[in-house]
Design a protein around this ligand. Sequence first.
Ligand SMILES: Cc1cc2nc3c(=O)[nH]c(=O)nc-3n(C[C@H](O)[C@H](O)[C@H](O)COP(=O)(O)O)c2cc1C
Length: 191
Amino acid sequence: MRVLAISGSPRRNGNTDILIHTALDVLAAEGVETDFLSLADHPVKPCIACGGCFRGDEVRCVQKDPAFDGILDRVAAAQGILVGSPVYFGSATPQTMALLDRIGYVARRHPDLLRRKVGAAVVVARRAGQNFTFAQLNYFFLIAEMIVPGSNYWNVAFGREKGQVQNDTEGLDTVKTLARNMAWLMKKLDG
Ligand SMILES: Cc1cc2nc3c(=O)[nH]c(=O)nc-3n(C[C@H](O)[C@H](O)[C@H](O)COP(=O)(O)O)c2cc1C
C-alpha cells in the first residue's frame, strides 16, 4: 500500500511540505509506503487540451515534458494520493492545478488510474481562501471516483513564512488525524 504525496508549493521545505511530511510520518508509522513529489523540483507544464490522452490505449500524456514523465507511473503505483497546496489568491497554486488537470484528463480516458483510490488534501494559508482551496482539491478527487477520508476539522493550517505552520498545533493535529484515517481507509479497501 502506497501513498503518493504531491506538494504544489514552489517553495521547497515550506509550510505545505511540512504539512505533507507530518502526514507522511503518520502514514509510515501505520505501515503505509510513502512517495513524495515536490512540484518545486518538477515544474510541470499545464494541459494544452490537445486530446492526445484520448488517442490510443496507452495511459499517457503526449506533451513532451520531462518533469511530467514518470509521474503517471507513480500515480498508478499508489493506492492513495495526498495533495498539498498553499493558497494563492484564494485558490490552489497553478503548479498544483497544472499537474491535476493533466492527471485528471488522462484519468477521464482511463478511470482506473484514480477510481476508488483514496484522495486527501491539505492546504496552508496566511489568512484566507483555505476553505475554497480545500473544496477545490476535493472536487478533483470526487469527479475521479476517489474516496475521501475526513479528519476532525477541515485539513487546513496557517502560516506565512517558511516553518510558521509549525506554530499551528491544531492544524498539525488535524493533518495527523487525517493521515490516521487515510491509513485506516486504505487498509479497509485493501482487504
Ligand atoms: C502569490 C501568492 C499569493 C498568496 N495568496 C494568498 C491568499 O490568497 N490567502 C492567504 O491566506 N495566503 C496567501 N498567500 C500566502 C501563502 O499561502 C502562505 O505564505 C503559505 O504558507 C505558503 O506556503 P509554502 O510555504 O508551502 O509555500 C499567498 C502567497 C503567494 C506567494
